[in-house]
Design a protein. Structure first.
Length: 458
């Protein structure tokens, strides 16, 4: 999120300024316009907070170089002058590019923070240590900004949510909540565990689905290149001399001709559904459709489903404090799961049942249709015995163990299947090439000679 400052005049001509945080200029203008309409303001100027590279010297000391964020060059000059520095040069950073930090860096920050909190270090000291040791520029600057705002007494939850584009919505919410709660260490530890599991799951899912898909796609391109370009160059030489082709060679040449003659039609037939589905996936209905479809993928879908329940239970366990305050933990846990269909069913079915009809957790979860029979049974037992918080943790640990073990086996099975597919394709290409290599053109006059010999024998 980038900070934008606006200057406006109210109905009596008084100048008013304020700031908003937004992901892009369009979003910032929309937020400022809403504020202006609500408070009857006339916007006169909007400035974006940018990075400025400066070079300054204090007295006879050696000049120093640095970078500072500000709304204008004058602000940086004023800040340096207050510190006793004489500005030598100052320029706006035109190559400013802040990409989201890698997940590993976020996990590392949360995990180290949890360990240092256990050692009773103050949060200010922890941020100072991590700012000095963090290599990623975006994360380092974000932590520095957060530290400065917290020192000024800003609300921790508001501060962290301002940087949800860096940490992610759930992580930003949890870290902001931790600073206001009485169990900061536990929330950081639970958040670190959640991020590690999320990272591990994505890595395993990539190995199970994405890597095999890419492998098959590249193999398909290689086969098409061979059949459509390399093979015809050899096979058509025999056709020119009216040499009869063996069956596999003849079929492959026909396939090659078909691919080259109708290449644009084939591309249209392949790409059109892909583009339509991609556009559909961008809509709300499409997102829900593909999210639900993800849970129905043979074999892997069942593991994805159980992993969603695991994440939900782990977050719910961290935030749940009693039956009277279960709605907010359930809502946040559904968002943390990261599946639009799973989240929608809980928010639009389970939570309304609890609020409007006073239904219990078990009844509401069962009505949502996104929890397994095992999970429903365990929640029912936990609700009856008053141990639903511990039940959530037990379910999370159980599904973690099950999914990690089964997903590992599935990955190994998929790797074997991919290896077999590659082997079969290579064998077929080898057979076609070998058959083509056996074709030998007849020697000119050989047919006439054979006829003469036949007559002589008769």
């Amino acid at each position: 999120m980038v900070e934008y400052r606006f200057v406006a005049k109210n109905t009596i001509g008084k100048v008013i300024s304020g700031t908003v945080s937004a992901a892009n200029p369009s979003e910032a203008k929309a937020k400022i316009k809403t504020l202006a309409e609500k408070n009857l303001l006339k916007i006169t100027n909007i400035e974006k907070k940018s990075s400025y590279l400066y070079k300054a010297r204090r007295g006879s000391e050696k000049p120093i170089k640095g970078e500072q964020k500000a709304f204008s060059k004058e602000e940086v000059v004023e800040a340096l002058n207050r510190l006793g520095y004489q500005v030598i040069s100052i320029n706006k950073n035109l190559l400013e590019f802040n990409s989201k930090p890698p997940t590993f860096d976020i996990v590392n920050f949360v995990k180290i923070s949890a360990e240092l909190l256990e050692q009773k270090l103050s949060y200010g000291e922890i941020l100072t240590l991590l700012i000095n040791d963090t290599q990623n520029k975006t994360l380092r600057e974000t932590l520095r900004d957060i530290n400065n705002e917290l020192k000024k007494g800003a609300d921790s939850q508001t501060v962290f949510l301002r940087y949800q584009n860096v940490f992610g919505t759930f992580t930003a919410y949890m870290l902001g909540l931790a600073s206001k709660s009485g169990n900061m260490t536990d929330i950081y530890r639970a958040t670190a565990k959640f991020l590690e599991r999320q990272q591990e799951f994505k890595k395993n899912l990539k190995s199970a689905l994405i890597t095999p898909f890419v492998t098959i796609f590249v193999l398909l391109l290689a086969v098409l290149y061979y059949v459509g370009y390399i093979f015809p160059e050899t096979a058509k030489l025999f056709v020119r001399f009216n040499i009869e082709l063996p069956p596999m060679t003849a079929f492959t040449l026909k396939l090659s001709d078909f691919l080259t003659d109708y290449v644009y039609l084939i591309l249209f037939i392949i790409l059109t559904p892909v583009i339509v589905l991609w556009r559909f996936a961008k809509t709300k209905q499409g997102e829900l459709f593909f999210a639900s479809l993800m849970l129905k993928i043979p074999v892997v879908g069942n593991l994805i489903h159980k992993t969603l329940i695991e994440v939900f239970c782990r977050v719910f366990y961290t935030l749940y404090s009693g039956s009277a305050e279960s709605i907010e933990p359930i809502r946040i846990a559904s968002e943390a799961a990261g599946n639009a269909y799973f989240e929608s069913r809980i928010k639009n079915v389970a939570i309304p049942l609890m609020i409007k009809k006073g239904a219990g957790i078990t009844e509401s979860f069962e009505a949502s249709g996104v929890f397994t029979d095992t999970a429903i049974s365990r929640f029912h037992s936990g609700e009856e015995t008053g141990t639903i918080k511990n039940t959530a943790l037990q379910l999370a640990n159980y599904y973690e163990s099950e999914t990690v073990y089964k997903l590992k086996n599935i990955i190994e099975l998929i790797q074997v299947i991919i290896a077999m597919i590659i082997m079969i394709v290579m064998i077929l290409l080898t057979l076609v090439s070998a058959e083509t290599a056996t074709i030998s053109p007849k020697t000119p006059g050989a047919e006439i000679l054979n006829q003469v010999i036949s007559r002589f024998i008769v």
